[in-house]
Design a protein around this ligand. Structure first.
Ligand code: NAP
Length: 308
C-alpha cells in the first residue's frame, strides 16, 4: 500500500509549532507578528484564498489586515499602498494577492514590496537568496512540498527529482529547494522532449503543470514518490470518466464538479510508493508556510529592533 502524504496533518503540525513562536514574539516585542494582505477588486477565488489566510493568521494569534482597493486602482496608487505598508513597523509580511487587474503593472508592484517583508518569497532579492542557498523567505507552495517529504522521512539527497513546470511560483523554486536538499534535479516544461521518458527516471516526481490528470501511468516509475501540486476543477463528465473511479464519479455527478491534480489519481495510487492526494496533499501547506514565513520575518525584525 502506498503512503498517502497527508497535507492536513502536516499543516496542523506546522501550526502547532507556530503558536509558541507567536507568543515569544509578543513577549519580546509587545505585539504579535503582523501580516497585511492586499486584495484588489472582487475576484471570488482570490476572496476565498485571502479569507483562509486571514482566518489562519487570527487563529494563530497574529495581526492580520486586509486592504481592499477597488479593481479600478492605478499602479501608482497601489504603489502608494505598498510604500505605506513597507514603512509600518507592526507589519512583518506583505502579500499582494494575484492576479492583479490588467491595468496594473504587476512586476512593479511585486518589486516594490520590501524584500524583508516579502513573505511570498517572490521578490528577485529573495529569489537570489534561494538560488544561492542563503536563508530567506521561500515561496510557500514549494516549501510545503519539502516539508511533506521531510516530515514523512522520505529521502531527498541523492534521489533523482523531476519537476514538471518552471513557473516562478512553483516549478523553479521547487527545483532549487530540491537541489538544496541534494537531489539530482531535472526541470521539464512544455518544450521538453519525451516527457514521459524523463519523468520515468524520477524517484521523486513533482507535477506543477495546471493540466488535469496529464501525468498518467507511462510517466511514473513504479515505486516513485509523486507530489501533485496541480489543482484543477473538472466540470465535464467525459473528462470525469477518464479520471475518476466509480465512487468519485458518483461524487462528481452529485456535485457537478470535482477537483483533480495534474496526475491521474488512479495511476498514481497504483504505481507510487508515496503520493499527495488532491485535495488534501500540497494545498493545505501553502497557507501554513505563509504563516511560518511571516513569523520568521517578525522574529528577524523584532530581534533587530531589540538590539538597536
Ligand atoms: P503556470 O505558471 O501555468 O506554469 C505551468 C508550467 O507547466 C509551465 O512551466 C509550463 O511550461 C508547464 N507546462 C504546461 N503544459 C505542459 C505540458 N503539456 N507539458 C509539459 N509542461 C507543461 O502554473 P503554476 O502557477 O506553476 O501552477 C501549476 C499548478 O499548480 C496549477 O494547477 C495551479 O493551480 C497549482 N498550484 C497549486 C498551489 C497549491 O497551493 N497547491 C499553489 C500554486 C499553484 P512552459 O513554461 O514551457 O509554458
Amino acid at each position: 500500500m502506498p503512503t498517502i502524504l497527508d497535507g492536513n496533518l502536516v499543516r496542523e503540525e506546522i501550526k502547532a509549532e507556530c503558536r509558541p513562536r507567536v507568543e515569544k514574539i509578543i513577549a519580546r516585542a509587545g505585539r504579535p507578528p503582523g501580516l497585511a494582505v492586499v486584495l484588489v477588486g472582487n475576484n471570488p477565488a482570490s476572496q476565498v484564498y485571502v479569507s483562509s489566510k486571514t482566518k489562519t493568521a487570527a487563529d494563530l494569534g497574529m495581526l492580520s489586515e486586509t486592504i481592499t482597493p477597488p479593481a479600478s486602482i492605478s499602479t501608482e496608487e497601489l504603489l502608494g499602498i505598498i510604500e505605506t505598508l513597507n514603512a509600518r513597523p507592526e507589519i512583518d509580511g506583505i502579500l499582494v494577492q494575484l492576479p492583479l487587474p490588467p491595468q496594473i503593472d504587476s512586476q512593479r508592484i511585486l518589486l516594490a514590496v520590501a524584500p524583508e517583508k516579502d513573505v511570498d518569497g517572490f521578490h528577485p532579492y529573495n529569489v537570489g537568496l534561494l538560488a544561492t542557498g542563503r536563508p530567506g523567505p521561500r515561496p510557500c507552495t514549494p516549501a510545503g512540498v519539502i516539508e511533506l517529504l521531510k516530515r514523512h522521512k522520505l529521502p531527498i539527497a541523492g534521489q533523482n527529482a523531476v519537476v514538471v513546470g518552471r513557473s516562478d511560483i512553483v516549478g523553479k523554486p521547487a527545483a532549487f529547494l530540491l537541489l538544496q536538499e541534494n537531489a539530482t534535479v531535472t526541470i521539464c516544461h512544455s518544450k521538453t522532449r519525451d516527457l514521459p521518458g524523463v519523468c520515468r527516471t524520477a524517484d521523486i516526481l513533482v507535477a506543477a503543470i495546471g493540466r488535469p490528470a496529464m501525468v498518467t501511468a507511462d510517466y511514473i516509475k513504479p515505486g516513485a514518490v509523486v507530489i501533485d501540486v496541480g489543482i484543477n476543477k473538472i466540470e465535464s463528465r467525459a473528462e470525469g470518466e477518464r479520471i475518476f473511479d466509480p465512487k468519485r464519479l458518483a461524487d462528481f455527478d452529485r456535485r457537478g464538479s470535482l477537483l483533480v491534480g495534474d496526475v491521474h489519481p488512479g495511476d498514481m495510487a497504483r504505481l507510487a510508493s508515496a503520493y499527495t492526494p488532491v485535495p488534501g496533499g500540497v494545498g493545505p501547506l501553502t497557507i501554513a508556510m505563509l504563516m511560518r514565513n511571516t513569523i520568521e520575518s517578525a522574529e528577524r525584525r523584532t530581534a533587530r529592533a531589540a538590539a538597536a
